[in-house]
Write a protein that binds this ligand. Structure first.
Ligand SMILES: Nc1ncnc2c1ncn2[C@@H]1O[C@H](COP(=O)(O)OP(=O)(O)OP(=O)(O)O)[C@@H](O)[C@H]1O
Ligand SMILES: [Mg+2]
Length: 326
């Protein structure tokens, strides 16, 4: 059974538009001046248990709206959702028990409590026994190092500490599924590293399924086995990062530094796209010729001092997805 099943999901918002250039009397004739915005526009996908899925797309693509529907915060306008076999809207309690949710932009901790007190409170809310609570706290401590600030009131935590606290709080009831909406936003390299380690550890040790929304492509590269790319509320790509990059940016570059100036030979499977002093750039398609074969061919014809193969920029490839679908 899939952990998450989404079919033909739609979310419409009613927005009030301001009319300009009309007098109040004329305006009232046209009231109510409302427009419908489709935040999510016919999404279908399944997510299997144990996957770490990156849910990515440009601003306004519909990512947060999707997560809010999957977690039962918003009701879909149309479509079907099953999370752990339940409807997040109809069986909210059953679903919430299985879920951890963290919105990077907003804390779910209690401002006036110390972090440790917050965890104690959650332990009571979820009726968790001492032993599993301690086991969970031990793992969390190891990865997130929360012991260092467990007695600090939440309002005094730094952003990175607060984020670690939020992640820890989302794990107290040992969920099987974790939704993270921009968990690394605004954090320094150290905190990002801790959070990525945390995600990988929970996935490995507890088989936790993770759905991660992020604009940070290092998150994507280091964590996600699969990407769902959305734009304007629609799914535009689905697959492993490497496959998406290969599809959108099939070209590689072979950069050769010559030992001396020579007449450059053409190659049937590679194109010279640049030359500067003793440096030459050959562009080739990985599916047509391997880097090893190209190097072998050229090394017989050219005095090569040094060479390197450049992989495409992931960021460029992802930007390409947005560009071609907008
Ligand atoms: N409560 C709301 N009322 C009206 N429109 C909304 C509401 N929430 C979201 N939208 C609209 O739905 C679309 C999707 O928004 P959403 O917040 O899901 O985007 P996102 O992919 O999370 O973007 P970001 O990367 O900026 O967080 C946007 O056009 C947004 O303006
Ligand atoms: Mg968002």
């Amino acid at each position: 059974m899939a952990m998450i099943e989404v079919k033909d999901l739609v979310k419409e918002f009613v927005v009030v538009r301001k009319k300009t250039g009309l007098s109040g009397a004329v305006k009232s004739l046209f009231l109510p001046d409302k427009a419908i915005v489709r935040g999510v526009d016919g999404l279908s996908f399944d997510i299997e248990q144990g996957d770490i899925v990156g849910y990515i797309g440009p601003n306004g693509a519909g990512k947060s709206t999707t997560i809010k529907m999957l977690t039962g915060i918003l009701h879909p306008t149309e479509g079907e959702i099953r999370v752990c076999g339940f409807s997040p809207q109809k069986d909210r309690k059953a679903v919430v028990r299985q879920l951890g949710v963290v919105f990077g932009q907003r804390t779910q901790l209690y401002w006036d409590l110390r972090l440790g007190e917050t965890f104690e409170l959650l332990k009571r809310i979820y009726r968790i026994e001492d032993k599993p609570f301690k086991d969970t706290m031990d793992i969390l401590n190891e990865v997130l190092r929360i012991q260092d600030f467990i007695d600090t009131p939440v309002r005094q935590l730094s952003l990175g500490q607060r984020m670690r606290g939020d992640l820890a709080a989302s794990m107290i009831h040992d969920p099987t599924l974790l939704f993270l909406d921009e968990p690394t936003i605004g954090l320094d390299a150290d905190a990002k590293h801790a959070i990525r380690q945390f995600i990988l550890t929970m996935n490995r040790e507890r088989k936790m399924t993770v759905v991660l929304t992020t604009h940070d492509l290092d998150d994507v590269e280091q964590l996600c086995s699969r990407l769902l790319v959305v734009n304007r509320g629609k799914l535009v790509e689905d697959g492993p990062l490497e496959a998406i990059v290969n599809k959108l940016a099939p070209h590689r570059l072979l950069v050769i530094e010559l030992a001396e100036q020579v007449i450059l030979p053409e190659h049937e499977s590679a194109r010279i796209i640049g030359k500067e002093g003793l440096k030459v750039w050959y562009q080739f398609d990985k599916s047509v010729i391997t880097a090893a074969d190209l190097i072998a061919d050229l090394s017989g014809k050219l005095p090569i001092r040094d060479l390197s193969v450049q992989e495409p920029d992931i960021e460029d490839a992802i930007r390409e997805v947005y560009r071609t679908t907008s």
